[in-house]
Design a protein around this ligand. Sequence first.
Ligand code: PHE
Length: 381
Amino acid sequence: MSDGMTAPENKFSQTLAALGVTRPDQLAPLFAEIRARFDADATAAHDEATWKQFRDAWLGRKSGVLTQVTDNWLKPAPPELKRVVGQELNKLRAHVESEIEVRRLAIEAGADDAALARERVDLSLPGVKRPIGSHHLIRQVFQQIEDIFVSIGFSVVEGPEIETPYYNFEALNIPEFHPVRDDMDTFYLELPKGAPSPLLLRTHTSPMQIRTMEKRLPPVRVIVPGKVYRRDNPDATHSFAFHQVEGLAVDTDITFCDFTGTIEYFVKQFFGPGVKTRFRPSYFPFTEPSVEFDVTCVFCGGSGVSAGGGTCSKCKGAGWIELFGAGMVDPAVYGFVKYDPKKVSGFAFGIGIDRLAMLKYGIDDIQVFFQNDVRFLRQFP
Ligand code: PHE
């Protein structure tokens, strides 16, 4: 010890007799010395490791200070000293034990404080920014189309992607062995034996024409956004899953003029007032007459000539781009939904959304819609 006291360890490793202690009144100062040594030691215990060393040095069963005092002073003490040695030792033990516990609590509290300080949340730091996603471009185009048609009195309905052949084909005037099924034959579901009807992934949104007319009496004005499926091999313009918006208007007085006027209105709203439309005869089993709508090429403005002076690669110099199929509802279809073909008339159309989005936004590969590469998605926030 550096404070000039006689090194206490020398004292408690000897007997009282060897220390020359023969009277009880010599004991108090002796114990006071040890207690002072203990109090000095205690200040060194400032963390868990030093506290353990300190505890073992004083309370260790084999060679702790209290064990040595017991073995060297108390046990061999002559009868006239033994009682006082016992009393002093008990006082010392009580002090040592309670101090060690106090130290432990203080160190624990200190560790807690340190952890709290270390883990303190700094509210002035900028927060973690979680980017908010955006609607997929296809969803955005659906929305644009819905807004246009809703503004002229159509409502939006949706239907099942898994259909029966009745709705997908038969009720649309496509009987079982009609050759047009070859174009549209699709994915049939594997069903347990005895299932009431085969099921398939719908090849178009047209089944909703039937489902809507079954439920409502004319006037009917609906559009049907949705996913459709075909047995197509993927390339830049084909995908086994794509998107359509079906349209259907049926009433007692709908004419071909209402039909072309509606389509023209939609196309101009969607692509801008500068585009022109035209229609060409076409064929669908559920419309008669059937048409294909074309729009003037949105890339070359209908000139067929690209900005660089060459042939426009998008319309291949034609100046027109094929947009979608449509027509006046075939009277045969009304028979399936118990409408009177003599009293009602109407038109239907089926817009390919992927194609429309590609034209409007200059995208040349349909596959990007399905790959969900964020570098693509971020371009359409
Ligand atoms: N269902 C047709 C198709 O997917 C498109 C269409 C819809 C044609 C409505 C006419 C009327 O090709």
